[in-house]
Design a protein around this ligand. Sequence first.
Ligand SMILES: NC(=O)c1ccc[n+]([C@@H]2O[C@H](COP(=O)([O-])OP(=O)(O)OC[C@H]3O[C@@H](n4cnc5c(N)ncnc54)[C@H](O)[C@@H]3O)[C@@H](O)[C@H]2O)c1
Ligand SMILES: O=c1ccn([C@@H]2O[C@H](COP(=O)(O)OP(=O)(O)O[C@H]3O[C@H](CO)[C@@H](O)[C@H](O)[C@H]3O)[C@@H](O)[C@H]2O)c(=O)[nH]1
Length: 334
Amino acid sequence: MTTILVTGGAGYIGSHTCKLLGSEGFQVVVLDSLEYGHQKSLHISDKKPVFVQGDIGDRKLLEGLFEKYAFDAVVHFAAYTYVSESVKEPGKYYLNNFSKPLTLLDVILKYGCKKFILSSTCATYGNPDYIPIDEKHPQRPLNPYGWSKYFLEQAIKDYHLAHGLSFVFLRYFNASGASEDGLIGEDHDPETHLIPLVLKNIKGEVPELKVFGKDYPTEDGTCIRDYIHVEDLANAHLKALLYLDRKGKSTAFNLGTGTGYSVLEVIKASESVTGKKAAYSFAPRREGDAVSLIADPSKALEDLGWKASWTDLQEIIRSAWSWENGPKNGSYAD
Ligand SMILES: NC(=O)c1ccc[n+]([C@@H]2O[C@H](COP(=O)([O-])OP(=O)(O)OC[C@H]3O[C@@H](n4cnc5c(N)ncnc54)[C@H](O)[C@@H]3O)[C@@H](O)[C@H]2O)c1
Ligand SMILES: O=c1ccn([C@@H]2O[C@H](COP(=O)(O)OP(=O)(O)O[C@H]3O[C@H](CO)[C@@H](O)[C@H](O)[C@H]3O)[C@@H](O)[C@H]2O)c(=O)[nH]1
C-alpha cells in the first residue's frame, strides 16, 4: 500500500484530498498543527488517516515520522493563506510558508523520499499581462503570501536539480464549495473568503459584507476570480500522484475552470441560489489584491488528464450553502 504524508491535511483543501486518497486506497498520514484545521474533518474518510498534531518546522517530529513510515510522496498543504494578513505581517508568512518547509524538504531528502506535491497559487502571477493565465506567464507576486509560495517553488526547483526531487506545483485559483455529500466544507476562523462570507451574510451571521474596491478596470468595477471546486482540487492531487508515479516531468499546473466571476457576480449568484438578498456595501480596495485571475487549465488536461467537473458557479455555491446549513459533522469532537 502506498503511504503519503499530507501536511495541513486537516485544513479545507487538505481534508477533501485526504477523503479522496483514502477512498482510492492510499494510506494517509496527516501532520497538522490544528491552528486552522479540524481533526473532525478527517473522521469522515472511508479509511481514516493517521493523524499527528505538530508543526512542519519540527525536525525531530518529522524525523520520527519518516523513521516510522516509508513515505512514497509528500503532499504539502500546510501554510498560512490570508493575502491581506500577509501584507501586514510578512514575517509570519515567510517563516511558515517558506522557511519551515525547508526543514521538511531536508528531512524528505534525508530519508530518500523523492516526490513532492506543493499547494501553490495563482497569487504567484500577480496582475496578469494576459488572460487566461497559462503556466508560462511571468510570476510577479503582489503580496508576501504570493512571494512566500514563489520562493518555495524556486527552492524546490533547486532541490530538483541538486538532489533529484520530483515535484508538481499545483497552482490553485480560488478554492470554493464543499463536498457533495455535505460532510466537509470550508470552516475557517476567521473567515475571509468571499463565498462563505456572502453566505454567512445571507444567513445573518455576518452583518457587514464589504465589497473591496469598485473602481477596478473590470466591467462592474470589482475584482474577478476563477472559483474552482474543492473536490476538483482534491482530484488533481490524486492525478498528480499518479503522474509522478509514471515519472512525469517535474512542472507546474494551473488549476481553475477557465471562467472568471466578479465579486458582484458572486453575490448575485449567491442570492439566486439561496433566494435571499445579501446586505453589502462598498469599501476601499484591499491591499495586495490582483484585479483579475483566470486560469488557462489546458496543460493540466493534457498532462494530468484533469479538468474541472464543477463548472457552474451556482452549483459550486449550492454545495457551499448545503454545507453551511448542514450538521457540519458536529458529532465528532475536535
Ligand atoms: N483556499 C484557496 O483558495 C487556496 C488557493 C491557492 C492555494 N492555496 C493553498 O492551499 C493550501 C491549503 O489551503 P486551505 O484553504 O485548505 O487552508 P487551511 O488553512 O484550511 O489549511 C491549511 C492547514 O495547514 C495547517 N498548518 C498551517 N501551518 C502549519 C504548520 N506550520 N505546521 C503544521 N500545520 C500547519 C493549518 O492548521 C490548516 O489545517 C495552502 O498552502 C494555501 O496556500 C489555497
Ligand atoms: O469580504 C470580502 C472578501 C473578499 N472580497 C473580494 O473577493 C475576491 C476574492 O477574495 P478571497 O475570497 O479573499 O480570495 P483571494 O484573496 O483571491 O485569495 C484566495 O485565493 C488565492 C488564489 O486567488 C489563494 O492563493 C489564497 O490562499 C486564498 O485566500 C477578492 O477580490 C476580494 O477583494 C470582498 O470584496 N469582500
